[in-house]
Design a protein around this ligand. Sequence first.
Ligand code: DC
Length: 225
Amino acid sequence: MPEKVNIAIDGPAGAGKSTVARGVAGALGFRYLDTGAMYRAVALLALEKKIDIYDHHSLCELAKDAKIDIINSNSGETTVLLNGADVSAAIRTPRVTKIVSDVSKVPGVRSILVEAQKMLARSGGVVMEGRDIGTVVMPDARYKFYLVASALERAGRRARDLERMGFSVNLKDLADEIKRRDHIDSSREADPLKPAEDAIIIDCTSMSAEEVINSIVTTVAEGLS
Ligand code: DC
């Protein structure tokens, strides 16, 4: 078993972070944490409770009271529990995707979730995926990777994910949605999306998930040997 270092994987929507982070964690026997799922759970709760996304005070109260548990099975499945209910599918629906960037730009929501994520990283051996992991959540992570891919490739990946979930998709709408989320995520004041200065940037446009996973695992294994 490799030394229990932490690995940060950041990048814009649709760059393939989840598949890659899960694969790297599996290969190294590390824990995997999808921090986007936590922001999505708060966004879902806001929709369920009919909270206005501009009502920052109420959004912070929601985030404070929400009990979010992320459980990874040995077979690689991730279950997200929100106040005890399985919301794994509900947090991936287009209505949640549409508002999640606006919910996650609220500084108070971020500080509550970032604190929880820092706690989860304390014991080491974590592959954590998000937007601000290398810059804010785990600035001391031994390894930081920042995945990028062209907007068209990212929209195509998102289309395939949604089609698997049974949604009909329009590639142009998806590309516009991705650009809109990129803009909100990278221009927000609190913890914007950007590579850490010491992150290794990987352009995944023409790489398969396996190739990206192998490249990261090789870098980590070489560093730890
Ligand atoms: O990775 P994702 O698409 O599931 O993330 C959903 C949203 O959550 C994304 O638009 C930005 C936000 N997010 C964030 O601000 N910080 C993180 N560490 C992870 C996600």
